[in-house]
Design a protein. Structure first.
Length: 199
């Protein structure tokens, strides 16, 4: 199964989600993360610490995939991709995940993009990320607005937690971070992983 993380907007959590989706999938079977962003956030994450799956950039993906057959491939993409690019990315994978942070200023652009990429053949779903527990209404409103476009929104929401920043700084998955909300952070990705793999 090939899972691609992509968005028109930068900084919405593609790399953070790619790392944790790969960590979940690795608990099921062999998993490779391909970092195709020139900034190489995922490669850097893995070099800072230790991840339970290999991370390679796109220049090394062919070799990595020749040497091992991976059941799951997670593909992280650059910060800004136009609607046509997103459509092509969705077509090239089994499931494209578009993280979106609930904040009203960005909603119109997101809805426009979702309507455009729905014209393509690829399967995709929107993942609400950085959901603040004290502002649940923001996520509900965004969920409803996305549902009106007909696009899929994953039931699981990823909470806004500093544990994710710590995980990045330490180069580990969030379950290895010493933080009182680390377990909560990981539970969200376990729930998302189940949603993804159950179809
Ligand atoms: N659920 C979350 N809770 C708290 N912080 C988060 C969460 N998700 C992402 N972040 C933080 O937001 C910032 C951007 O995240 P990330 O690098 O994953 O986004 P991105 O979409 O890959 O960015 P880019 O477009 O630059 O590649 C990072 O500092 C990351 O730690
Ligand atoms: Mg990134």
């Amino acid at each position: 199964m090939i899972v691609t993380l992509a968005s028109v907007k930068g900084g919405v959590g593609k790399s953070t989600c790619a790392i944790h989706i790969a960590a979940y999938l690795r608990s099921l079977s062999s998993t490779l993360l391909i970092d195709s962003d020139r900034i190489r956030s995922c490669v850097a994450w893995s070099k800072r610490g230790k991840l339970p799956f290999p991370v390679v950039d796109e220049n090394h993906q062919a070799k990595a995939m020749r040497d091992t057959r991976y059941e799951y491939v997670v593909f992280d993409t650059p910060g800004s991709i136009d609607d046509q690019g997103l459509m092509e990315l969705a077509d090239g994978c089994d499931l494209m995940i578009v993280p979106a942070v609930p904040e009203s200023s960005a909603t119109d652009g997101l809805l426009y993009t979702l309507r455009r990429i729905q014209r393509g053949k690829g399967e995709f779903g929107v993942l609400l990320n950085r959901v603040r527990h004290n502002r649940p209404q923001e996520a509900t409103e965004l969920r409803e607005a996305i549902a009106e476009t007909g696009a899929r929104v994953f039931t699981t929401e990823i909470p806004d937690l500093v544990a994710f920043d710590k995980a990045s700084a330490q180069g580990v998955p969030v379950y290895d971070v010493d933080d009182r909300r680390a377990a909560r952070a990981w539970e969200a990705f376990e729930a998302l992983g189940k949603e993804i793999t159950n179809g």
